[in-house]
Design a protein around this ligand. Structure first.
Ligand code: NCD
Length: 288
């Protein structure tokens, strides 16, 4: 049984295997079955998609979900560490989200069963990266791909994990960043552009990956550069006919609903793919 705490733990081979398994699940060529295992979701930070898709994925592989709700003994002052120790006596696997960088790694050391990182502060979100990659490969299986990242490049954990994954998968990618990339993202070969150049470059990109401003990760003191980029029909008209527009969601004003009817908008497809990918991840982590 294995934990998934960071994308760095996976090899190119494992990433391809997980995507193949997710694809078999999607095409219904296999009937995924986990042997009635119990999965606990412990979210110390808000979530809609990640939590509900892990819970749905568990039900679909015929496991059972237990969830730490807002009425746990944390309210009586019990520590997160003791909470994790306790729940790992009940469940076969824990899915944990935490507001602090490294918070999931820390809590995993108190668990007696494998842990999946469902997002730790502005650091990593490995399962989102896998579903993003799966979505990209489904739409663009071969050839060099140019990906432009916009929005909050300082605190978006989805970007940290996806860029790491793209590097590890050894596919042919060109990365373009708009303003504000963090130190982690700077480690990878990329082209840096200013946000007001997006409209001149957008015709070249195969994947536009947007993110929201991570408002909960900033205080008035550390409030840095804030993106003003807003997607529009006019910009979409400049994009390639077979480009895709991605967003991990939730969105704020950067991605207006008028884009949703564009066939290149795949953000709700990402949501759907997340289910297949998370079923594959759960099976992988539960494997003996
Ligand atoms: C992302 C997250 O939680 O990092 N959402 C998600 O899991 N789909 C993106 C975000 O919150 O902006």
């Amino acid at each position: 049984m294995n934990s998934l705490l960071s994308i760095s733990q996976l090899s190119a081979f494992k990433i391809k295997n997980l995507c193949n398994l997710a694809s078999c699940i999607e095409k219904e060529t296999i009937k995924p079955y986990c042997g009635g295992k119990i999965i606990a979701t412990l979210f110390f930070e808000p979530s809609t998609r990640t939590k509900l898709s892990f819970q749905t994925a568990t039900i679909k592989i015929r496991g059972t979900v237990i969830d730490l709700d807002n009425n746990s003994s944390l309210k009586k002052g019990e520590s997160e560490e003791d909470t994790v120790r306790t729940v790992s006596q009940y469940a076969d696997l824990l899915v944990i989200r935490h507001p602090k960088r490294g918070g999931v790694d820390h809590l995993a050391s108190y668990s007696s069963v494998p842990v999946i990182n469902a997002g730790d502060g502005g650091n990593e979100h490995p399962t989102q990266a896998l579903l993003d990659y799966y979505t990209i490969k489904k739409r663009k299986p071969t050839g060099k791909i140019t990906i432009m990242f916009t929005g909050d490049l300082l605190q978006s954990r989805t970007l940290n994990s996806l860029v790491k994954l793209l590097d590890m998968a050894k596919d042919d990618y060109e990365l373009i960043y708009s303003n504000g990339a963090n130190e982690q993202l700077q480690l990878y070969k990329h082209t840096q552009i200013d946000e007001n150049q997006i409209s001149d470059i957008i015709h070249k990109v195969d994947v536009l990956y947007m993110t929201r401003f991570q408002i909960e990760r900033y205080t008035a003191v550390n409030n840095p550069y804030r993106s003003n980029f807003v997607m529009s029909k006019e910009l979409a008209n400049k994009m390639k006919g077979d480009a895709i527009i991605m967003h991990p969601l939730p969105r704020l004003t950067e991605l207006p609903p008028e884009i949703d009817s564009d066939p290149r908008a795949v953000y709700f497809e990402q949501v759907k793919n997340g289910l297949y990918v998370r079923m594959a991840i759960l099976l992988g982590c539960l494997e003996k």
